[in-house]
Design a binder for this molecule. Structure first.
Ligand SMILES: C[S@@+](CC[C@H](N)C(=O)[O-])C[C@H]1O[C@@H](n2cnc3c(N)ncnc32)[C@H](O)[C@@H]1O
Length: 373
């Protein structure tokens, strides 16, 4: 018996079966969690959501009385449907899956009691829990505030939200932090770590009993890693044993050689169509590779995941004694990222290994025409 729902198009000539994960497969939270949500935190300013994220945007507005320019656009669209329809589709898909910072925060913190003491790892230019908004958090990053501002200004990113960093790691281990936390949040960080096992071990060390680690992780299928292979268990375990202190030459080469943009975007939601383009030319690829060879820390995505592939990987790491944290809750990809909550007390995914293998395998390919501009 299959655990998948099947979507059948009305047109029988083009009938295809698209496996849709069941609700249980898309989202899992262990019983007993989430009693205290971000909403109930007294000190924080949360704006209530009007509807499910993006639900309000699932339509294209056509004004009742079309202005001359709107009429011209509509006529143009009818004359050149091949040019116009993909653009319309892109806009609709983007709007449907759009998250506000508030709704994203709500999603990530669904299983966290934010009244406790938190640690945000790698907030850099985009803190999820800004101290300036009253969150009781410490922050850890690889540079201090001035260093982060300089780094991200050079990348032409807005730096007005960069906050003071409480623990500047500068190559040191997270486990050197002496405070202990009720929760740790790391958004778009785990894929940057030099050693995945050490990172998860250190997070376990920093958590108080009952504490949780919440990870927001980019989905390989919907970001610039689209044409990289997902990380296998062998690489993760071997990197742990090798004890590397900076991203390896191979990781840096692959990251810069394979990074793509899609219609100029670094990430995009499922269903978004558009041409790909390589993000970096050969001189940049060679320069970054050579820096890594010289021992410089070149920031890259060391690890590449899809949701169930990640769940399987950490399940296996826990099952064979490399880490103590296990999955407590899981939320499948929304937009271009997915969410995993882990704790030492949790039991792991509520799925048997073969089922996770099957789900991870199903994520290995994306059905879409691949076009490079
Ligand atoms: C892409 S940024 C993420 C920024 C932000 N959290 C967000 O969601 O947009 C990655 C951040 O993770 C930090 N980082 C990567 N590995 C880390 C580690 N092992 N310990 C602490 N910070 C780390 C980097 O310094 C960088 O600030």
């Amino acid at each position: 018996m299959t655990a998948y729902a099947t979507r059948r198009p009305a047109n029988r000539r083009n009938r295809i079966s698209v496996p849709l994960p069941t609700m249980q497969q898309r989202c899992h939270a262990a019983p007993g969690i989430g009693q205290m949500s971000a909403q109930s935190a007294p000190r924080l300013r949360h704006r209530p959501l009007a509807a499910a994220p993006g639900a309000e945007a699932a339509m294209v507005n056509v004004p009742d009385q079309a202005s001359p320019s709107t009429t011209r656009k509509l006529l143009g669209a009818l004359r050149h449907p091949r040019r116009t329809l993909p653009a319309v589709r892109r806009r609709v898909v983007s709007r449907v899956s759009r998250k506000t910072p508030e709704s994203r925060r709500r999603l990530i913190l669904a299983n966290v009691d934010v009244t406790g003491l938190g640690l945000e790892i790698g907030p850099s230019y985009n803190p999820l829990l800004p101290k300036s908004e009253g969150y009781r958090v410490r922050t850890a990053d690889h540079l201090d505030r001035a260093g982060l501002v300089a780094k991200y200004e050079a990348q032409k990113r807005a730096t007005d939200r960069v906050e003071e960093v409480d623990y500047v790691l500068d190559g040191g281990r997270l486990a050197s932090i002496e405070e202990r936390f009720d929760y740790i949040v790391a958004s778009h960080v785990i894929e940057h770590t030099v050693c995945l096992v050490t990172f998860l071990q250190d997070c376990a060390t920093l958590l108080r009993p009952g504490g949780v680690l919440v990870l927001a992780i980019p989905d390989q299928r919907y970001c610039f890693d689209r044409f990289r292979e997902r990380t296998g268990l062998a690489r993760v375990v071997d990197a742990y044993r090798a004890g590397a202190s900076a991203p390896t030459e191979g990781s840096v080469l692959e990251h810069f050689l394979c990074s793509v943009r899609r219609e100029g975007r670094r990430s995009w939601p499922a269903g978004f169509h558009g041409a790909y383009r390589h993000a970096f030319g050969r001189p940049i690829v060679v320069d970054r590779r050579d820096r890594a060879v010289r021992g410089e820390h070149v920031d890259v995505h060391t690890w590449v995941f899809t949701p169930n592939h990640f769940r399987l990987l950490v399940r296996d790491l826990a099952a064979f004694g490399y880490i103590t944290l296990r999955e407590k809750a899981f939320h499948d990809t929304h937009g271009s990222e997915f969410y995993v909550t882990m704790s030492a007390e949790a039991g792991g995914p509520p799925l048997r290994r073969p089922e996770l293998v099957r789900l991870a395998a199903a994520e290995a390919s994306v059905r879409e025409p691949i076009v490079f501009a």
